[in-house]
Design a binder for this molecule. Structure first.
Ligand SMILES: *Cc1c(COP(=O)(O)O)cnc(C)c1O
Length: 385
């Protein structure tokens, strides 16, 4: 495929460009149709929206492939749908999957419950213990999966190192890059084979669509498409159109998320009621130096620990007027959630504390509001905490 040297903002808005004729619409039409008139007789490929060949589905997929530097990409009905099919396109019954321990709760359940039922076994590695990756490899290990940056402490994994390990084993490395978006990090540049997104988050960016995406080599994405067709995971044309519109502003949005993330994290670090702030842009973050090398921006996700625990978190949340208490992330609206009731609800308080997520931990997804207003709201929360 020919690659132009256009920057990410230009790519996000125009993709590969294409012909322009007088009378063409500047914004793409929505092909809100389940099916298309077909020629009579035997066909190689019929157009049908479940097959992923609706023009809106194809346009948005090409856009993401360009941004990730991948040969191809495909959008699916949710981030979980994308994660499931990204793996099912590779793994067979009897195969072993090596996964980071620091992953999204839904993904963990997918591996431990659904994949197990299909005869696919998963081992989990603490990414801080490098030797464990090699130690837990088996003869039947067929893929390595990681998430970076991680939820909710924003650890940044060494994808390039993992890619070398995976290559030596002749197996693919899959990276859930939802928190970074292709503006801040492109795993394929680091040697990863597959990129997975919850497009619900930054790619769409407006908290109004559920979708996922997978990017990688052409032949691999074709296999994901085959799975998608039979598992019924295609994306609706209107959702695809909304995501394409969202992606057009991805670079400016993420630029602002990065600025606000840094400002808010630095401000929080100076507040006496805050014990600790988790943000890779802070010198106090364990991965700061490494993150500064591999990321183009530190993102809009900030973790904070209130000094006085869970009760203080309740009071903090009730005092907020701008930042909404809601799950999910990556939208224009600032959101806050408590991992003890969401992603880490299945652990005991002690288990969470030893995982670095004590009660009183709050996860912020900073939106695109003025940083001064976000800070004023956080000050309101802290005053009540
Ligand atoms: C939200 C999320 C998912 C799941 O995405 P959905 O679109 O909700 O299915 C997967 N991975 C990460 C890192 C997420 O944040």
């Amino acid at each position: 495929m020919k690659r132009s040297k256009a920057g990410p903002s230009t790519l996000a808005i125009h993709g590969d460009g294409g012909p322009r004729a007088v009378g063409d619409p500047v914004a793409p039409p929505i092909y809100q149709t389940s099916t298309f008139i077909a020629a009579t007789g035997p066909q190689d490929d019929v157009l049908y929206t479940r097959y992923g060949n609706n023009p809106n589905q194809i346009r948005v997929a090409e856009r993401l492939a360009r941004l990730e530097g991948a040969e191809a990409a495909i959008f699916l009905a949710s981030g979980m749908g994308a994660t499931a099919l990204a793996h099912l396109a590779i793994l067979q019954p009897g195969d072993h999957l090596l996964s980071s321990e620091w992953i999204y709760g839904g993904t963990r359940r997918l591996f431990l419950e659904e994949f197990k039922r299909l005869g696919i076994e998963t081992s989990f590695v603490n990414p801080d213990k490098r030797r464990e990756w090699r130690a837990k490899l088996r003869k039947n290990t067929r893929a390595i999966f990681v998430e970076s940056p991680t939820n909710p402490v924003m650890r940044v994994l060494d994808v390039a190192w993992l890619a070398v390990l995976a290559k030596a084993e002749g197996i693919p490395l899959l990276v859930d890059s939802t928190f970074a978006s292709p503006i801040n990090f492109r795993p394929i540049e680091q040697g990863a084979d597959v990129v997975i997104h919850s497009a619900t988050k930054y790619l769409n960016g407006h908290s109004d669509v559920i979708a996922g995406a997978v990017a990688g080599a052409e032949a691999y994405v074709l296999e994901v498409r085959n799975k998608m067709r039979v598992w019924g995971q295609s994306i609706d044309p209107h959702a695809a159109w909304l995501i394409e519109r969202g992606i057009k502003t991805l670079a400016v949005r993420v630029g602002r998320h990065n600025e606000s993330g840094q400002r808010v994290a630095e401000w929080l670090e100076h507040q006496p009621k805050v014990r600790r702030v988790h943000y890779p842009g802070l010198k106090s973050h364990p991965d700061h130096a490494f993150a500064a090398k591999v990321l183009d921006g530190f993102g809009g996700m900030v973790g904070l620990e209130l000094a006085s625990g869970g009760k203080a978190a309740d009071r903090f949340l009730r005092a907020l007027r701008l930042i909404a208490h809601a799950p999910s992330l990556g939208g224009v609206e600032s959101l806050v959630s408590e991992p003890r009731f969401t992603s880490h609800a299945s652990m005991t308080a002690d288990e969470r504390a030893s995982a670095g997520i004590p009660d009183g931990f709050l996860r912020l997804s900073l939106g695109l509001e003025d940083a001064d207003d976000i800070i004023a709201d956080l000050a309101r929360g802290l005053a009540a905490a």
